[in-house]
Design a protein around this ligand. Structure first.
Ligand code: ZN
Length: 456
């Protein structure tokens, strides 16, 4: 069977694959620091050369910032775009590294062999898993798998300023049937495909009571204190079961399909350990939901900051004129950020007495994204990952946002499969970043299996 031959080839040539990764890791492509701009260009050139060796039609594409790398290999079947980023985070504080961050090496540790160096996991090691899978495939089949575009960015760690304009200008070229993004991790050591990302809405509230700060002896009891009003309103935003009380808040929330709920149960999420790391122990969301539902598939209301009145040393007997709060809401598929904001505002306004006023400062929001897991490619990839890792892979959620996935959807109209092999202890963005050799190796094998099922 040819897949077995490709997998065997990956196993045999792993040392060379590691050497290539080490070479890429030696290029200090820190995108945020202008002192490393040349190195970013060098990393892009290195990748283009490697992609050309593999038989891709590859080029460095200038942007106002660091260049993009775009590579194309036409073939039969579904057009698949692979995304990764070649830039890395700064290395400070340097004294906490046990070696030069840009002099990477293979190290033996009590938890196995690791590739140590800046970018080993985020994201050079991860992006090379895909290129190495293509390399082994080509060696066995004589051609690249399917119908591929490789799209590598050099500004991911510095806010991706050129990304959306570049996508818009090159939409016809970049639009594919499906995107693969390799910049995430395993979930509790298990393979996972991120298919749900929560969205965001936000607002800032200002409640004004008296026209100026007042003496609490002269006015207290008769004059309304806007902090009292604000705390009463926001204190009523949750019931004792952890549910948000804003009328209509849950109207558009869709229930999690039973099949996905079952997959999540199989993940064995250790919520006590997860909360324990931050000094907590009790799930604070809707009490009739599992901890993973609270994190991934249920919306939240969060008070991010509240202030007003006297906050200096000592005390001051004041009734302040104004009270403030900043809030954000994490949204799930089906919810509209503008509608959530309107529901919140109407609910606040209805509670403000006639002699006080409330005003709002809007914050930009974004809807949640949900991939079309009905596309057979998702199930195919899930099975491929389950085979490689010897345990069932799951379609998982992500409580935060991963902007690139949203951009693929909104700018190019395509769904993305987020598949990555990082581990929680990879120390990405921190000193002594590493990528487990096992993750690199099995990552390459995983892509070979995924491509075998979905390409061409
Ligand atoms: Zn990354």
């Amino acid at each position: 069977m040819t897949l077995d031959t490709v997998l065997a080839r990956i196993d045999e040539t792993l040392p060379e694959a590691v050497d290539r990764l080490l070479e890429l890791l030696r290029i200090p492509s820190v995108s945020t620091d202008p002192a490393f701009a040349e190195a970013c260009g060098e990393a892009a050139d290195w990748l283009v050369e490697d992609l050309r060796d593999l038989g891709f039609d590859a080029s460095v594409r200038p942007t106002p910032g660091h260049p993009m790398v775009v590579a194309r290999a036409k073939g039969p079947g579904k057009h698949i775009l692979f995304y990764g980023h070649y830039d890395v985070q700064p290395v400070d504080p340097l004294n906490l590294w046990d070696r030069d961050p840009f002099d990477p090496e293979l190290q033996d540790t009590p938890r196995g062999r690791v590739i140590r160096g800046r970018g080993a996991s985020d994201d050079k090691g991860q992006l090379m898993t895909f290129l190495e899978a293509c390399r082994a495939w080509k060696a066995v089949h004589g051609n690249l798998p399917g119908n591929l575009t490789i799209f590598l960015e050099g500004e991911e760690e510095s806010g991706s300023p050129s990304l959306v304009p570049f996508m818009e200008e090159n939409a016809a070229e970049l639009r594919a049937d499906l995107a693969l993004i390799c910049d995430t991790g395993l979930f509790a050591g298990k393979p996972a495909i991120v298919t749900m990302l929560r969205g965001l809405a936000g607002d800032e509230v200002t409640i004004t009571g008296p026209s100026k700060d007042l003496h609490s002896g002269m006015y207290g009891g008769l004059a309304m204190n806007p902090l009292r009003l604000l705390t009463r309103i926001l204190g009523g935003m949750f019931d004792d079961q952890g549910r948000v009380t804003i009328p209509g808040f849950y109207d558009d929330v869709r229930e999690l399909p039973d099949e996905i709920r079952a997959q999540w149960q199989g993940l064995g999420f250790d919520h006590a350990g997860f909360l324990g790391e931050v000094g907590l122990s009790l799930p604070a969301g809707e009490q009739d939901r599992t901890p993973l539902e609270m994190l991934w598939s249920r919306p939240t209301a969060e008070i991010n900051g509240m202030w007003g009145g006297y906050q200096g040393a000592g005390s001051k007997t004041v009734i302040p004129s104004k009270a403030f709060a900043k809030l954000t809401f994490r949204l799930v598929p089906g919810m509209d950020p503008d509608k959530v904001q309107t529901l919140f505002r109407d609910w606040v306004r209805a509670q403000v007495p006639a002699d006080c006023t409330v005003s709002f400062t809007p914050k930009a929001g974004a809807p949640a994204s949900e991939m079309a897991v009905g596309d057979p490619a998702f199930e195919a990839a899930r099975l491929a990952l389950s085979e490689e890792w010897g345990q069932p892979a799951a379609f998982v959620g992500c409580g935060g946002s991963i902007p690139i996935a949203g951009h693929f959807k909104t700018v190019l109209g395509m769904d993305a499969m987020l598949i990555g092999f990082g581990r929680d202890d990879d120390q990405i963005h921190s000193p002594n970043e590493k990528y487990d050799l096992e993750c690199f190796h099995k990552g390459i094998r995983s892509w070979a299996r995924v491509l075998d099922r979905i390409a061409g």
